[in-house]
Design a protein around this ligand. Structure first.
Ligand SMILES: C[S@@+](CC[C@H](N)C(=O)[O-])C[C@H]1O[C@@H](n2cnc3c(N)ncnc32)[C@H](O)[C@@H]1O
Length: 195
């Protein structure tokens, strides 16, 4: 039997009930990263890679970039590695199991992430997410704790003019390292982030 697949840009990715199925909205993150890098080589980390969609699409769009991908879910790591092999990108995309940036050594030119950001208390408002693994989409409190931790980690791990690009509530938010405070400010007032 053929595995279930989903389109993400020009990629056809194998999906799994244990891993979030990528959404086309996230191709906006890929464009943002590719615009930043242009044709330069650079190191990109996709945090919370899931199926590997963003990491693999970035590797395609930025052919001189070295891409890392991390996830706390072993199922996601396995699936992202499978998709990297299927796309012929396993030499340029390194997939590692672990928390946020922990598995990645060194400094990154770009950190990109579509992490869980919805409060678990709002689960019933999103029936369209019923088939997704809960931990891939929802988080405790106001839902933004992981994203805030990533912004704090980016202060230490981004190259001086590096870029952080995030998807939060369907929108893309990006900032270069000297401008990270603007993102911190935005995340301190979640009501400012449209639902
Ligand atoms: C909303 S899904 C997005 C998956 C993928 N980036 C995409 O756009 O299709 C969030 C992913 O973040 C992962 N995740 C959750 N907490 C994490 C953490 N602390 N460190 C790394 N990944 C995490 C989940 O396992 C899940 O695969």
């Amino acid at each position: 039997m053929q595995p279930a697949t989903a389109k993400f840009g020009s990629l056809e990715l194998v999906t799994s009930p244990s891993v979030m199925t990528p959404r086309e909205t996230s191709t906006g993150l890929v464009a943002c990263v590719a615009d930043h890098l242009e044709d330069r080589p650079g190191v990109v980390v996709d945090v919370g890679t899931g199926s590997g969609a963003i990491a693999l699409a970035v590797a395609q769009a930025a052919p001189h970039a070295a891409v890392w991908a991390t996830d706390v879910s072993s199922a996601a790591v396995e699936l992202a590695r499978l998709n990297a092999r299927r796309a012929g990108l396993e030499d340029r995309v390194t997939v590692r199991h672990g928390n946020l940036l922990d598995p990645f050594p060194g400094a990154a030119d770009v950190i990109v992430a579509n992490l869980p950001y919805l409060p678990i208390t709002e689960r019933r408002r999103y029936p369209e997410l019923d088939r997704e693994p809960v931990n891939a989409v929802f988080a405790d409190g106001d839902g933004l704790g992981l994203v805030r931790r990533l912004v704090a980690a980016a202060r230490r791990r981004l190259a001086p003019d590096g870029l952080l690009a995030l998807q939060v509530r369907g929108r893309i938010h990006s900032a270069r390292r000297p401008e990270l405070q603007a993102l911190e400010h935005l995340l301190a007032y979640p009501a400012a982030i449209a639902a």
